[in-house]
Design a protein around this ligand. Structure first.
Ligand SMILES: Cc1cc2nc3c(=O)[nH]c(=O)nc-3n(C[C@H](O)[C@H](O)[C@H](O)COP(=O)(O)O)c2cc1C
Length: 278
């Protein structure tokens, strides 16, 4: 049986989930979205997985394009796990639409609550010590169901979310292209190029030993979270600043914007384009 899992990750929650599922399947190949889809086809796979975060009530744009361009076996067991914190929105519908254009469909869909990682807008929450055991427990459940090839209808977008989608997400989508314009390095930058190598969008190039962001950013925060010297700083766009203020106020989050990445996922894991789990 050939199992292939495709993933997008910025702060490691989705990669940790994908790796745990792969382990439960016995053996699987994991491919990052950093690959060219035509080079990592799933034409002969029996089990195909998609694991990614929810961004703005949908999946990251680069992952959408990746799945659109991916060749896959329409008869495979296809699962999707979306990591998120509060609203998964239309992320499963997006993938289902792409799959239906390829003559296939999702066999299984599940959303998994993780630590919220949008550190340019608000501090990570809920606390890791609460969330990591929750993630582990739920991932175990998900693993057992996927290993048994259980069919599970994916979570739908609620009618309230559907109604509010354009108005609620509009301000963030409008500034998506500007997201990385606020990124810069301070004098702690050692020119190590970790940021370039962990970026899932291949959005960073090094010029004179300093990162340059090329405006294909989805705001995943991998560069910020994995910078070994915390040299990457950011000016937060207004829409996200306002969102951060609201969330911090409601949840009484501390003022300090801590950086988060999953503690078991290292920068070296994000740098790999392919991971073989045996
Ligand atoms: C740019 C951005 C947008 C996000 N949008 C949403 C969202 O719409 N709904 C939600 O519940 N969580 C949202 N989150 C939280 C992430 O989905 C969550 O932290 C996810 O587990 C991160 O996955 P990763 O660690 O694999 O990058 C967002 C995070 C980021 C960085």
């Amino acid at each position: 049986m050939k199992s292939v899992i495709y993933y997008y990750t910025g702060t490691g929650n989705s990669l940790k989930t994908a790796m745990t599922i792969a382990g439960e399947l016995g053996s699987a190949v994991l491919y990052s979205v950093r690959n060219k889809p035509e080079k990592v086809s799933a034409k002969d796979a029996d089990v195909i997985g998609f694991v990614c975060p929810v961004y703005e009530w949908d999946i990251p744009g680069a992952f959408k394009s990746f799945i659109k361009d991916l060749d896959m076996n329409p008869n495979a067991y296809i699962f999707m796990v979306a990591t998120y914190i509060a609203v998964h929105g239309r992320c499963f519908e997006t993938v289902e639409e792409i799959l239906s254009g390829k003559g296939t469909r999702l066999s299984y869909g599940r959303a998994l609550r993780c630590v919220a990682s949008q550190c340019i807008a608000y501090p990570p929450f809920p606390p890791e010590k609460l969330m990591l055991p929750h993630m582990e427990r739920k991932t175990k459940e998900i693993c057992e169901e996927i290993a048994a090839k259980k069919n599970r209808p994916y979570p739908r977008m609620s009618s309230l979310t559907r109604k509010r989608y354009p108005k609620a997400m509009g301000p963030y989508m409008a500034v998506e292209q500007e997201y990385d314009k606020g990124f810069y390095t301070d004098d702690r930058c050692i020119g190590c190029s970790t940021c370039e190598k962990v970026c899932p969008n291949r959005n960073i190039t090094m010029t004179e030993k300093r990162p340059v962001w090329n405006h294909r950013c989805h705001g995943c925060n991998a560069c910020v979270a994995y910078c070994p010297t915390k040299a990457i700083q950011f000016k937060t766009p207004k829409a996200y600043r306002e969102l951060g203020t609201i969330i911090s106020k409601i949840l009484r989050l501390p003022e300090k914007r801590k950086r988060y990445h999953h503690p078991l996922i290292k920068a070296s894991d994000l740098m790999k384009d392919r991971i073989d789990i045996k």
